[in-house]
Ligand binder design. Sequence first.
Ligand SMILES: Cc1cc2nc3c(=O)[nH]c(=O)nc-3n(C[C@H](O)[C@H](O)[C@H](O)COP(=O)(O)OP(=O)(O)OC[C@H]3O[C@@H](n4cnc5c(N)ncnc54)[C@H](O)[C@@H]3O)c2cc1C
Length: 456
Amino acid sequence: MSTDTLAAQVTGPVLTPGDAGYEEETATWNIAMTGRPAVAVGATSVADVQAAVRYAAAQNLPVAVTATGHGQARPADGALLINLRRMNEIAIDAAAGTATVGAAVEVQNLVDAAAAHGLAPLAGSSPNVGVVGYTLGGGLSSTLGRTYGWAADHVRAAEIVTADGELRHIDADTEPDLFWAIRGGKGNFGVVTSLTVGLVPVTRMYAGGIFFDGADARPVIDAFRRLVADAPDALTSSVALFRFPPLPFVPEPLRGKLTVHLRFTYLGSAEEGAALLADARAAGTPLIDAVGEMPYTGFAAIHADPVDPIPAYEQGALLRDFPAEAADALLEAAGPGVETPVLAFEIRQLGGALSRAPEVPNAVGHRDAKFSVFAAAAGAPGMEKELREPLFGPVRALAPWATGGRQINFFSGYETEAADVATGYEPAAWERLRTIKTAVDPGNLFRVNHNIPPLG
Ligand SMILES: Cc1cc2nc3c(=O)[nH]c(=O)nc-3n(C[C@H](O)[C@H](O)[C@H](O)COP(=O)(O)OP(=O)(O)OC[C@H]3O[C@@H](n4cnc5c(N)ncnc54)[C@H](O)[C@@H]3O)c2cc1C
């Protein structure tokens, strides 16, 4: 079958290298992961996705999937790329407290739609990440995580096109195994064309971020440790070391120097929130203090994640503890006086509802971890070898406190081998995921990702 035959079955564009629009269709948010797919399909509907999957299976082409391009596992060279960005419808069922989103809905758009009904999804730090990709990877909410758990815990149902090209409606009753697997197993089991998620009654918060000079790193990190030692579940917080470049888009007080960023979300009253934050607020001289009462729709200001595409490389770990000795090790590896290309190094507190089992079990594990560690550097495509050691160094310095597990959504783009991906799951969950993969995708059609290979 030629791509012309495929194009005749698909409403959206079907493009090969050299076609007008190919570069735009295959662009990724993380520029370092942009590849040269053999075919790119701009899907507009479930039928387009089905035709693309069937074509790929017939031609023996691996399928790569992109929605917003924030989390591409590796360049989709030679694959059939399904770009879902046109599938972004949102339906809120306020009475049921749920939202049904299309394959590529961005988090901010769902937050805004839910807010009109006094409800909220469990958003991550970035407004532009895809709800589906984020949720299938667990979904660590930087605002509501410790209060409500993982975003994946709130999934009610999904529609998924599997490797045979069939559309399946899955939930806890109809296909319990596949439903368990996609909530954590990410894009390994098919293309999710719609996802129904539970919303929570959150409209406001006492929240924001405080930037301190890097010279205050030690007292601010100590204050973060005191803050989290006794934190209520209504408080979700993190701390990050940032080295912003000396460029005009960076606010003047932060430009070209080491800063420490304390992020804070408290769902109780502003008075209680201010009291909880007082010790950390006084730990140094704030360069910018943007913590205050805010609507949930303003969540993106807390982390102020980059919005425009960048070439990014990452590394991460999970910790069982973050004692004073770990803070010493972190500061020695990434603190004041250290020359490093690593732009961001963050520690998020886990625990609270993130450590509790969900009502309907899913593949998201490592719930005993108390902190998540994440490092990111910017570098041109192909710089992974050069940036590997600078990224690994500070993470390795925290190894004595690491659980050995990893968070699925914070895998780097160059860790796609089974041995790497397995660290995202409990051993029994990994075996079950592989068994389910064998049943629904025995040929590993969906393998341009953090791959869970079929058995054998
Ligand atoms: C700036 C930034 C901030 C982030 N903050 C957080 C955070 O706070 N918490 C957190 O948990 N994660 C966070 N992440 C990680 C993010 O959740 C993952 O990278 C996620 O995979 C992004 O999904 P996407 O659809 O936006 O990206 P894409 O690159 O479009 O998709 C990534 C992968 O997800 C899978 N996928 C996406 N959509 C579908 C679909 N419809 N069907 C099947 N598979 C699909 C595919 O395997 C795809 O290759 C952040 C990432 C960035 C870049």
